[in-house]
Every structure is written in structure tokens, then in C-alpha cells.
Design a protein around this ligand. Structure first.
Ligand SMILES: Nc1ncnc2c1ncn2[C@@H]1O[C@H](COP(=O)(O)OP(=O)(O)OP(=O)(O)O)[C@@H](O)[C@H]1O
Ligand SMILES: [Mg+2]
Length: 373
């Protein structure tokens, strides 16, 4: 899969930007010029969201009413066009407004965007997966699987909505303002929750050996990364419903649902030690990179195609050995790569790659006039 054209207007510090990427793209410029903003725009095309902030509105250029991100994607001989509008909230316009057009037409749901352009992003803040709370790891699984499996996305959406409604109702019943039964929501929670639990278990079982193998390569066989799924729900629908029922009075007392995949944990260990507490910063970065590279392979395994790989600032985040292995691994499965850096360092870049180099200055991006090397 390749992004063959990117066009932005009023996105972050870009008034407009136009890019014709190749297979390997280097985005170069000093700090605070707009390099990460370009990766963020590509991430938006893949996922309809930012990797940096839950507020899409933040990405609209200051004082502009809306931002437009356009991308043309080629997969074999099939070309698709994605257009995403981010709309500033205001009177009559809901907060966080987004509109998507696929091949010029509005799909029934924004989520139709997922899977058209698959992206894997590795940025300094990605280490939150290994050092943050369980929600970070659930988000990691969700974002990955939603780009590939429609059944995952629909189970996730159904579960998230039902959970919110059930919790709302629990609070109202507790306050005495509603007397409806929870039965209807329990059914939906058990069905979608059991499905989501099975899908996450399957995903983790597939990811674990891939991540472990990549991690071993990145650490020269010295470290073992293990990934274990610890479900907060139950895989079997009927058993899920029975446990919900057994916990009902406790749930009513607390006003929240205590059972379900919203309580899932994914345990990550390096040589048996929890990465959250015991790994060094370098180990956390390496484990994160192994997980990101595992995403690429898992997407390839599932779809037969390769996602776009967005690498933000890796050359300053990783040591030379790991950068070398990273490029080796990227060449084994040749994804389209977008890499940002403050300066070009020919020693760290793969020799065989002939990159397209783009220079970014104060929200203006243009192909480099000088050859890279
Ligand atoms: N909504 C916005 N409107 C206008 N400018 C914005 C907006 N959001 C961010 N910016 C500007 O974008 C710039 C930062 O861009 P970006 O994060 O892409 O920098 P960078 O080139 O990746 O820098 P670094 O090398 O430090 O990571 C900042 O100058 C910031 O003020
Ligand atoms: Mg940056």
C-alpha cells in the first residue's frame, strides 16, 4: 500500500502543503517546523484521529474554521481517495466535528475510513504502551485490530456504547430516578463483551510470538519480551451473562460495571520483569519498537499487505545498533516509510534506500533541492 499524494489545507502550521511521496521518505527540518504535523496528518487519514491528542480540533490551523486532509492511496492497481475534514465547533456545529469522503462520497459512518489506509506509527510518546496504565495497552490493541478486522471494530463500538448506557442506568437506579431493569443492556454487554474478549485473546496470541522474536533480534538475543492477555471479561457469552448477574447488586452499589473487557490488562515483561516498573528507558523504547514492528507483521499476516510506517524522531530516540536493525527489518518487509529527523545522518540511514527528501520550514514543505548524499 502506498500513499501517492498528500494534500493539506489549514492543518496545524500548514496553510497548504502538497507532497508526492515515494517508497522511502525523509522529512527533514529544525525543531518546531512541522515535521511531526505531517506524520500526524497521515495518521489522521488512516484512523480519523490524531496520535497526539484526543481533540481533533487542536489540529485545525489557528484562526481557520476547518482543516482538510486529502490522500490518494494505491493498493496494487486500485486507487482510492480519502478526504477528511476537521470542523471547528461553534453555534450549530457539534464539538470535534469530522467529515469523511471516500472516493468523493460520504460513507454512512466515519469508521468506514478504517482499513482503507493502514498506518503504524512509532514516536517518542509511543512508549506509553509499555510504561503507561492498562488503558494505553487496550488502545494499542484497539487501534491495530480496528484497522484490519471489521468484526473487532463493530464488537468494540457495540460494547463501548452498551457499557456507557449500562453505567448511566446503574447510577440512575442507584439514585432512585429509574426503575428499569438492566436485562437488555446485560444481553448486549455479554454478547459484544464476549466477542471482544475472544478477539483480543486471539490478537494477543498472534502478536506475542512475533513481538518476542523481533525483540530478540533488537536485543541480540539477550532479552525476552512476553505479552500475556489478562481478560477482565469472559470469552463465553452465556457465562459472561451469568457473572454479570451475580455481580449486579455490587455494580448497583458502586454505580459502575465491574466485569468486562474495559478492565482488560495486557501484561508485558522483559526477562520476567514488568516493563512498567522495572525496565530502563532504553528497554522501554526497544520493547515499544518491537511491538510496533510486530504490528507491521501482524497486518501483513492478516491482510497480505503492508501498512505505512511513520517513524517520528527515531534517530534521536534509539542507539545506532537498534536503528541499523530497524532498517534491516523494514527492508525485509518493504513498507512505505515516512521518517522525520532534524538532520540527515548518512551513517544511520540504510545504504540501499534512495529516499525522497522533503525539507520542512515554518509550515512549508518542499522536495530538497540538493541531493541527500
Ligand atoms: N493548530 C495549529 N495552528 C497553527 N500552528 C500550529 C498548530 N498546532 C501546532 N502548530 C505549530 O506547529 C509547530 C510544531 O510542529 P511539529 O510538532 O510538527 O514540529 P517538528 O518539526 O516535529 O519539531 P520537533 O523537531 O521539535 O519535533 C509549532 O510551531 C506549533 O506552534
Ligand atoms: Mg516532531
Amino acid at each position: 500500500m502506498q500513499l501517492v499524494r498528500l494534500h493539506l489545507s489549514h492543518f496545524r502550521n500548514y496553510e497548504t502543503a502538497e507532497l508526492t511521496p515515494g517508497p522511502f521518505n525523509l522529512i527533514v527540518g529544525p525543531n518546531a517546523q512541522g515535521k511531526t504535523n505531517l506524520l500526524e496528518a497521515i495518521f489522521f487519514l488512516g484512523t480519523a484521529r490524531s496520535h497526539r491528542t484526543p481533540s481533533s480540533e487542536e489540529a485545525i490551523q489557528d484562526r481557520a474554521e476547518q482543516a482538510r486532509i486529502y490522500g490518494a492511496v494505491e493498493r496494487g492497481s486500485v486507487r482510492r481517495e480519502i478526504e477528511l475534514l476537521l470542523i471547528r465547533s461553534g453555534p450549530g456545529r457539534p464539538a470535534g466535528g469530522k467529515q469523511v469522503l471516500l472516493d468523493g462520497k460520504a460513507p454512512p459512518r466515519l469508521s468506514a475510513l478504517l482499513g482503507v489506509l493502514q498506518v503504524v506509527l512509532f514516536a517518542p510518546e509511543s512508549t506509553a504502551i509499555v510504561r503507561g496504565g492498562p488503558a494505553e495497552r487496550r488502545r494499542f490493541l484497539d487501534l491495530l485490530a480496528s484497522q484490519v478486522r471489521a468484526d473487532y471494530l463493530s464488537a468494540l463500538q457495540e460494547y463501548t456504547t452498551a457499557l456507557r448506557q449500562r453505567n448511566e442506568l446503574l447510577k440512575q437506579i442507584r439514585a432512585g430516578s429509574r426503575s428499569e431493569t438492566l436485562e437488555a443492556w446485560d444481553l448486549v454487554i455479554a454478547r459484544s463483551g464476549a466477542a471482544l474478549t475472544r478477539l483480543r485473546a486471539e490478537l494477543c496470541a498472534e502478536l506475542a510470538p512475533i513481538a518476542a522474536q523481533l525483540h530478540a533480534r533488537l536485543t541480540d538475543g539477550k532479552e525476552h519480551l512476553s505479552l500475556v492477555y489478562r481478560p477482565g471479561g469472559v470469552e463465553e457469552e452465556e457465562a459472561f451473562r451469568e457473572r454479570l448477574l451475580a455481580l449486579r447488586s455490587a455494580d448497583l452499589e458502586r454505580g459502575v460495571t465491574s466485569l468486562g473487557p474495559h478492565r482488560d490488562e495486557v501484561e508485558l515483561r522483559i526477562n520476567g520483569s514488568d516493563t512498567r516498573r522495572l525496565a530502563s528507558q532504553g528497554q522501554q523504547r526497544t520493547a515499544t519498537l518491537a511491538l510496533k514492528l510486530a504490528e507491521i507483521r501482524w497486518i501483513h499476516h492478516r491482510t497480505g499487505d503492508l501498512p505505512l510506517v511513520l517513524l517520528d524522531d527515531v534517530t534521536s530516540e534509539l542507539d545506532r545498533m537498534r536503528i541499523g536493525i530497524l532498517f534491516e527489518l523494514l527492508q525485509e518487509l518493504p513498507s512505505q516509510v515516512f521518517l522525520t529527523a532534524t538532520h540527515l545522518d548518512e551513517e544511520t540511514l540504510p545504504r540501499s534506500a534512495s529516499p525522497n527528501v522533503f525539507e520542512v520550514r515554518a509550515g512549508i514543505v518542499k522536495p530538497a533541492t540538493e541531493p541527500a548524499f
